[in-house]
Design a protein around this ligand. Structure first.
Ligand code: AMP
Length: 283
């Protein structure tokens, strides 16, 4: 399976597919693929004639003190995984191919990027929206696949595609977890053995919150406080945020009376991990 490095080559290959009326699915990633990415790829392979996966660690979405340089990379392994999964090619550009010398256009958004992860990562979603827009314009897929794991990102991409009239269907895919509940993430490789054990506190504490809601508790403060108490039992954990927000504008709610997103970011040692669940009132 081919690893394509240039925008022109992507355009040539996809252009040929288009001439033959073939549908194209697209899975944008930062690589170091795991079963979470694989589930997105599987959906894409099932639903489209051709599938493109991008592997690009996007410098624009990392803050100055974040892990751009240390982010794990292994394009050979990624390529094997994609080949087995039936991907047609990987787009793996150099940074200079995506951001030329005089690059100066950005895609930004009001409101949705302000809360949740946006609070401690203020430039993150500007970088995400900019690169995803570029990738959409390069690959021109019919459908693009994003994980619920990054729930705020998924909401932002859906909003962006609607606001800017991208002719692309955005498909959200469920969170894939390790057997103990930890959401799969490329960043899990940063955890040492003790931290790995501690990291299960994210999904465990979300379970506490879910149970409360399912048993009729609708006071968001009480639910957040129960989740917080559970996390604070774990000495390696430090809370970045726990929030309960509405599904449309991601604004904090006081009372659970519609579908909500319960989301958190927690540091385990130096590693910042995220997790969430959606509670559908109509479930
Ligand atoms: P990343 O490589 O971390 O930028 O992720 C690429 C895509 O894979 C994003 O849409 C993520 O939401 C999705 N993803 C990452 N981890 C998981 C997971 N555990 N389950 C489902 N999707 C995931």
């Amino acid at each position: 399976m081919k690893i394509v490095k240039t925008v022109n080559e992507v355009r040539e290959i996809v252009g040929e597919w288009r001439k033959h009326g073939l549908s194209v699915g697209f899975v944008p990633t930062m690589g170091y693929l795991h079963e979470g990415h694989e589930s997105l790829i599987k959906s894409a392979v099932t639903q489209n004639d051709k599938v493109v996966v991008s592997v690009f660690v996007n410098p624009m979405q990392f803050g100055e003190n974040e892990d751009f340089n240390s982010y794990p990379r292994d394009i050979e392994r990624d390529s094997e995984i994609c080949e087995k999964a039936g991907v047609d090619f990987i787009f793996n550009p150099e940074v200079s191919e995506i951001y030329g010398k005089h690059f100066s256009s950005f895609v930004n958004m009001n409101t949705l990027p302000d809360g949740l992860c946006g609070k401690s990562r203020p430039i993150h979603f500007k970088g995400v929206c900019t690169v995803v827009s570029k990738l959409f314009n390069i690959v021109c897929p019919d459908r693009a696949y994003f994980g619920q794991k990054d729930a705020q990102q998924l909401a932002i991409i859906k909003r962006m595609v609607s606001d800017l009239n991208f002719d692309i269907e955005i498909i959200g895919c469920p969170i894939i977890r390790e057997s103990d509940g930890l959401a799969k993430s490329s960043r899990n490789t940063y955890l040492n053995a003790e931290e790995r054990k501690a990291a299960v506190v994210l999904s465990r504490s979300l379970g506490v919150g879910r149970e409360l809601i399912e048993n009729g508790e609708n006071d968001a403060k009480k639910i957040i406080s129960a989740i917080r108490n559970e996390i604070e039992k774990e000495k390696l954990a430090k809370i970045d945020y726990i929030e309960i927000v509405d599904m449309n504008m991601l604004q904090p709610v006081n009372e659970i009376k519609e579908s909500v997103l319960v989301a958190m970011a927690v540091y385990i040692g130096k590693t910042r991990l995220i997790d969430n669940f959606i509670f559908n009132q109509i479930e």
